[in-house]
Design a protein around this ligand. Structure first.
Ligand SMILES: NC(=O)c1ccc[n+]([C@@H]2O[C@H](COP(=O)([O-])OP(=O)(O)OC[C@H]3O[C@@H](n4cnc5c(N)ncnc54)[C@H](O)[C@@H]3O)[C@@H](O)[C@H]2O)c1
Length: 353
């Protein structure tokens, strides 16, 4: 069996599920790790038996023995590293968001086209088994046309600090970090309709609330609460050319009773909830039916989702499958996210041509 030789660039928190994903794939071998923090890169290289450790991704990309890379760095370096990797002839799995701006996204798209290599955007929730179950119902026309979707990802306390809360490195707060997942998931299940306009609001009213005691939350590897230049709440209405609309809200902190994640889509023949738990609603013989699929994972399962994403990427690198999350979708998502930030700043709806 031929092996895909992979490297992981960025060895922080999320890299663990990339390493574990490649590790469980019999056709992938982890050969190199890169991080600005050498100790962190070495620790992962030891754990996953990678031969080479780098602190400069350019040196790693010059290695002809590497076929593919996962990019798990801060958002501000995704585009630069992705373009360099594609130019070096590597396949790329890049964490979400694709990058920070639409201009960067277009540069990555151009590099994908020039190189002919696979680039998969880390929209991991597309690869989740609950999403793929709903997708089958949608493709069979059983939910009809989806005309409305609604998604929330509200953390009452969960600004991860460090680079996440430094707009320079992250591109924004909960909208670009959490919103990207749930907006993408709705948009994907809605059939990727063309965006017509967005109207958004962002707030920075509560700060990061680093003073709160007794409640733990996800933190960046280099947690630092001293800098916070990102919003703590964002909401938006997204209109599509086919008349469908999507309502979304996301927070890093909010005076809410509890954390909340909901992803719901509504069609003219049926509806579905993907989060908090998979459920399908329809009507038969003048009766409304709430259906609960009998499966192991009714919610997003981290390990299943990332293994499935990595396995799909490996298949795509071998040319057996098309990626489910191509660069074009990453570009569309950047248009939506940046459009929402622009709308919030201007205080009015933003239209796309
Ligand atoms: N798919 C998901 O559910 C999910 C969850 C968390 C984070 N992420 C994404 O993963 C990425 C990393 O997030 P994280 O939580 O692991 O952050 P992290 O801070 O824990 O790790 C990032 C690592 O990247 C390294 N790094 C930064 N720039 C680099 C460069 N130019 N070259 C080499 N190394 C570099 C840092 O030193 C750090 O070790 C982000 O894009 C984030 O949005 C995705």
């Amino acid at each position: 069996m031929s092996q895909l030789k992979v490297a992981v660039i960025g060895a922080g928190s999320i890299s663990e599920v990339h390493f574990a994903g490649y590790d469980q794939n019999p056709e992938a071998t982890i050969v190199a790790v890169c991080d600005l923090n050498e100790e962190r890169a070495k620790a992962k290289a030891d754990k996953y038996k990678a031969e080479k450790v780098y602190t400069d991704y350019r040196e790693l990309l010059a290695d002809p023995g590497i076929d593919a890379v996962s990019i798990c760095t801060w958002n501000n370096s995704h585009a630069e590293i992705a373009v360099a990797a594609l130019e070096a002839g590597k396949h790329v799995l890049v964490e979400k968001p694709l990058c920070k701006t639409v201009e960067e996204a277009l540069r990555v798209q151009e590099a994908v086209r020039q190189s002919g290599k696979t680039l998969q955007v880390g929209f991991v929730r597309r690869y989740s088994s609950n999403t793929q179950i709903v997708k089958q119902f949608l493709e069979a026309g059983e939910l009809g046309e989806i005309y409305y979707a609604k998604a929330s990802c509200l953390r009452r306390l969960g600004n991860p600090g460090g680079w996440f809360s430094d707009k320079e490195r992250s591109g924004g707060g909960p909208l670009i970090d959490l919103g990207v997942h749930i907006i993408d998931l709705c948009w994907y299940l809605m059939g990727r309709p063309k965006v017509k306009s967005v109207s958004g609001n962002t707030y920075n009213r509560l700060g990061n609330r680093a003073h709160v005691k007794g409640l733990s939350f996800y933190k960046a590897s280099d947690y630092d609460a001293s800098k916070n230049t990102v919003e703590d709440l964002a909401n938006a209405v997204i209109r599509f050319e086919n008349g469908a609309s999507l309502l979304v809200d996301v927070s890093f902190t909010l005076h809410a009773l509890k954390d909340e994640i909901t992803v719901k889509i509504y069609g003219d023949k049926g509806g579905a909830e993907i989060e908090p738990e998979l459920a399908i609603v329809t009507e038969k013989h003048d009766t409304i039916l709430n259906m609960t699929p009998q499966v192991d994972n009714l919610s997003f399962n981290f390990t299943q989702g990332f293994n499935s994403e990595v396995n799909h990427f490996v298949d795509a690198c071998f040319g057996r499958k098309e990626t489910l999350s191509p660069v074009e979708d990453g570009v569309e998502m950047m248009k939506i996210l940046c459009g929402i930030y622009e709308s919030a700043e201007k205080g009015r709806e933003v239209y796309f041509d």
